[in-house]
Design a protein around this ligand. Structure first.
Ligand SMILES: C[S@@+](CC[C@H](N)C(=O)[O-])C[C@H]1O[C@@H](n2cnc3c(N)ncnc32)[C@H](O)[C@@H]1O
Length: 287
């Protein structure tokens, strides 16, 4: 890094710190903070209220893991046992049109709050990801990649009447087709990814990532039914943010995105979660 690049980074980091504080104290002052630290703020709210209160063009990266709307009273296999697929009332579908309208509400607000060069990640299974992809395009985002997150230790299929679901899709899109988005190419290509049997050392990172299901050690503070693995969020934050960036997770669940942000220097995190029990879990993981 040259001296000038270092000075630019210091200035950006100082600016980000004051922008982050201004967002919390000026724009979100009407919402009680469930947890906060110098670089993290967690709200126990509906994400639409927080999104609407945020100023435009203030966020560098959004990771969104919205409800998949798959809690349809079915059954799946977990650890060799038959368990209900129901995650909670937040995951119940209200019908195709209403679910689509919900995705449109939050995805359009995310576009407003993203900086012009900002990017958004959305994760989902086939239950929701096509709807989110359609809404992203309808809102004029430019899709950069669809990542296949392959789960090498996915649970077997109980019915034996179709293929075993063993992946999720992550859409990565930028707000503006012409803007220069952040992609830390070298860190993806040359980094160390021992957890991923597909990634070859010093070769380009491909769009298929092999990452095991969330480890029991990551659930020491309690369980969230759809907690993402830390390795997944670590890779996303490393790939698409720089020092001084502000990251927003509107459906932050157990706070995995915030934990990943803490792993890297000077990332600022705003998390929103509607269920108090999951806010408590996030708070315990973050503090
Ligand atoms: C798929 S989970 C996210 C899991 C998270 N990525 C993690 O690693 O723990 C979706 C979360 O969104 C929350 N949620 C659902 N609707 C919401 C809304 N309108 N505003 C904020 N949070 C919401 C749910 O309570 C749930 O915890």
């Amino acid at each position: 890094m040259t001296v000038q690049q270092h000075l630019d980074l210091v200035e950006k980091t100082l600016d980000a710190g004051s922008v982050f504080s201004k967002i919390i104290t000026n724009h979100l002052h009407g919402f009680p903070l469930y947890y906060n630290s110098e670089k993290a703020a967690l709200y126990n709210e509906d994400c639409l209220s927080i999104l609407k209160a945020l100023p435009e063009n203030c966020i560098d990266m959004i990771f969104a893991d919205p409800p998949y709307f798959l809690s349809n009273n079915g059954f799946t296999c977990q650890g060799g046992k038959m368990v209900s697929v129901n995650k909670g009332k937040w995951d119940k579908s209200k019908g195709f049109e209403n679910d689509l309208a919900f995705h449109n509400l939050w995805i359009s607000e995310c576009k407003r709050v993203l900086k012009p060069e900002g990017t958004i990640w959305i994760s989902g299974t086939y239950h929701s990801i096509y709807a989110c992809g359609y809404i992203l395009q309808a809102n004029g985002y430019h899709i950069l990649n669809d990542i296949c997150w392959f789960k090498p230790n996915a649970s077997p299929n109980l019915s034996c009447r179709f293929f075993t679901a063993s992946h999720e899709t992550l859409l990565w899109a930028r707000k503006d087709e012409k803007a220069k988005h952040t992609f830390n190419y070298g860190k993806m290509k040359n980094g160390d990814y021992p957890e991923d049997k597909i990634k070859q050392p010093n070769l380009q990172m491909r769009s298929v990532w092999s990452i095991a299901l969330t480890k029991p050690s990551e659930k020491q503070y309690g369980k969230h039914p759809t907690q993402k693995p830390y390795d997944l969020l670590k890779r996303i934050v490393l790939a698409s943010t720089n020092e001084g960036d502000i990251v927003l997770d509107p459906f932050c669940g157990s706070g995995t995105t915030g934990v990943a942000c803490q792993n890297f220097a000077n990332r600022y995190f705003i998390g929103v979660e509607v269920e108090t029990e999951y806010c408590e879990l996030s708070k315990n993981r973050l503090s």
